[in-house]
Design a protein around this ligand. Sequence first.
Ligand SMILES: [Zn+2]
Length: 470
Amino acid sequence: MYITTTIPYVNARPHLGHALELVQADVLARHHRRRGEPVRFQTGTDDNSLKNVLAAEAAGVPVRELVDRNAAAFEGLRGPLDLSFDSFIRTSAHPGHRAGVERIWEATGHDLYQRHYEGLYCVGCEQFYPEGPCPDGHEAPLQRVSEQNWFFRLSRYQDALSELVRSGRLRIEPVVRRNEVLAFIEAGLDDISVSRSAARARGWGIPVPGDPDQVVYVWWDALANYVTALEGDDYDRWWVSERRKVHLMGKGVIRFHAVYWPAMLLSAGRPLPTGIFVHDYLTVDGRKISKSAGDAADPVALVDAYGVDAVRWWLLREVPRVGDADFTEERLVARADEDLANGLGNLVNRVVTMVHRFLDGHVPPAGEELAAVPVDEALAAFDFRRAAVAAWALVEEANRYVERTRPWQQPRAGQEAALGTLVHACRTLAVQLEPFLPTAAARVAAAVAGERLPRPEPLFRRLAGSGVAG
Ligand SMILES: [Zn+2]
């Protein structure tokens, strides 16, 4: 399975919304690897956005410096968030990207033509609108732009795109997003501008082949990353032969991924992606995430304060499949203390303690098997919250089993059967939780490893009272 996230523009450092998408993609990648399937998990940064240029001008630093610094902060999420991506592409630095964009441009040449264009451009969205203000809420006034641009004959692909989505060959989840895409396609597609003047782009971006006064529209450039990062054998393996190619993204960029991108590929005679998984947005303390949210929305600061398990668990267990979710540190702490410290931590600690007290640490054979709920179906539907709840069912079942069997009141044979069952359940949990909580799962596995268990140690500290705010 080839799994990609979108590549964010790097006008600022990463925030919790980026962490959400990366952690979701990471769960998918780990889940499928655990089942023995070949996986390539790719993320990266969109360095060529005009937004990056404007942010650098505002900060008074060279564009290259700002882009390099912020892109490094995105790549640097790997350690703190326990991410397992296989490849990280930067569109201004990856050696094959520019040539790859040029190849797609040339392969779509039969659908490209020049036209004079006048419109209102939102730099925040990097797209044109018929009138202001920006429907996405960007406050800067739209710029009136009048120039000669290259256009792509998107209108030719209306029927093909509609069929692609209706047939499920391009699966869009959740279904509410699929219906939005179909409504957009079937309302009629206009040709789109796919270049802008190099002067307006301050010379930043990829020049149009054969027309150096224009640069390739940044969305075209960015979308191409899903194939330009793959070269030679990797392209054949992951884009031509691979059966499942899924793009993860936020709801604001579906049109680009479910309409423009497949049309570009159809025009270029290239294979298509097979799945588009869309998440909604996070708010922080009831407000849209912005730079002013500070540490409350900084994933690295949150990991420093609360640990990676607590941050990942909040993102997976609390964010619904459809509908925005509001993050607060209080909610993160409450969820982590209830589930990680009380639910899982307590279970493992009680089991290990009893094995030492009653059986001198020796692990007996399991008396019975406690049923684990599979997570496959929920993950196949891109429902991370349902998957997290399913994975957690065994924690709850094992805690109920302790209360029901009361091993401390049993004769020796009953203690052995019950504790064997519980150690086995903890080992199953370590495997089942690995995609969601790799660090915690490794600690659980170590706590119940071997014929004779190590001495019990607390797995999680309680978080109430700690925090970013002190
Ligand atoms: Zn906008």
